[in-house]
Design a protein around this ligand. Sequence first.
Ligand code: ADP
Ligand code: MG
Length: 392
Amino acid sequence: MNPYAPGAGTPPPELAGRDDLLRSMQVALARVRRRSPTKSVLMVGLRGVGKTVLLSRFRDDAERAGLQTVWIEAPESRSLPAILAPQLRQALIRLSRSERARDLARRGLRALAGFAKALRVTYEDIQVGLDLEPEAGLADSGDLEHDLQELLEVVGNAAAAAETALVLFIDELQYVAEEELAALIIALLRSAQRQLPVVLVGAGLPQLRGRMGRAKSYAERLFDFPEVGPLPSAAARVAISKPAEDAGVAFREEALRRIVEETQGYPYFLQEWGKHVWNIAATSPITEEDVATASESAVAALDESFFRVRFDRLTPSEKAYLRAMAELGPGPHRSGDIAEQLHRKVTSLGPVRSHLISKGMVWSPSHGDTAFTVPLFDEFMRRIMPGNQWRS
Ligand SMILES: Nc1ncnc2c1ncn2[C@@H]1O[C@H](COP(=O)(O)OP(=O)(O)O)[C@@H](O)[C@H]1O
Ligand SMILES: [Mg+2]
């Protein structure tokens, strides 16, 4: 059986090189449980580095520690209140089963009813079952910033009464609109000030950090932003060699070196290379020649999946923009240089660039710079759009 596991959010056979992050998260969860002040944590990194896998690992740890968890993947086109409400409802129903928390949790369900009814005017996509009648004046003003604060406060009180904590896990947080992010940040700040046991553990593309800062300037102090990147060479080797070793298969030194080189240590690519080299190798130890053969099919597989799903969501002008970036190399690139490739003015390309940012395809590491959010995307763009046609 092939042990390797390429795929979005698919747990790897060996979670290599993340011991520091796992340890600091364990410390944070222990603090939450003791009701000590705890910073919310937002992991940032490119596509395929292993953010979702870490997030779900943290959630398992939190549940095992007896904490109440909520899991949300922010989609591109739905509002935060709409995705939050059904999950908070479930947490409140669970909390209401605790004798000590029953009354507060039921008050939380009333708050949720007021929240959903009042906000539905603005956020038409809110759909949540209502268990109790609203309480007049509780989280029902219709103003998200105000109502979310009140709602989280009531939920936090219920969690405290049940001697547990509420941990909100939110993936793909960069897709949440800025004013909704602002409301979430304020609600978390208020909870922290009231010493309520509520924290956020989130993950998103690198643009998340800037979005948080723009939504609320003090967000940078309120949160930790650990960066999740490619694995250092030693950890990348372990990610490949350990699962094989467990199955009694060895890698030659040059074979491992070659895989690390080709994948640049990116976890998604490591899994893809592992899978293909495993299929190709006839005997142990696996050699560099096996890797060379596997590289071809690994690249082809990525082109048809990891890269392709992103490419297919692009308009022709977005494709041309990314192709122009790819012409310049891995990046980041100056807006002026990209425009020059396309024989266009920088200002006329502004809207294309913004769309690419909101689609999560590129981000801006510093003013006027643009970088891919998908590792090795420049090479893919040159493969899929060869030649010069895109310039016209
Ligand atoms: N630390 C790691 N070691 C080895 N493989 C990993 C590691 N973290 C993630 N992976 C693999 O990388 C791929 C992408 O993980 P995912 O969590 O979906 O990334 P992201 O959410 O950052 O896009 C998955 O196939 C997963 O098994
Ligand atoms: Mg992910």
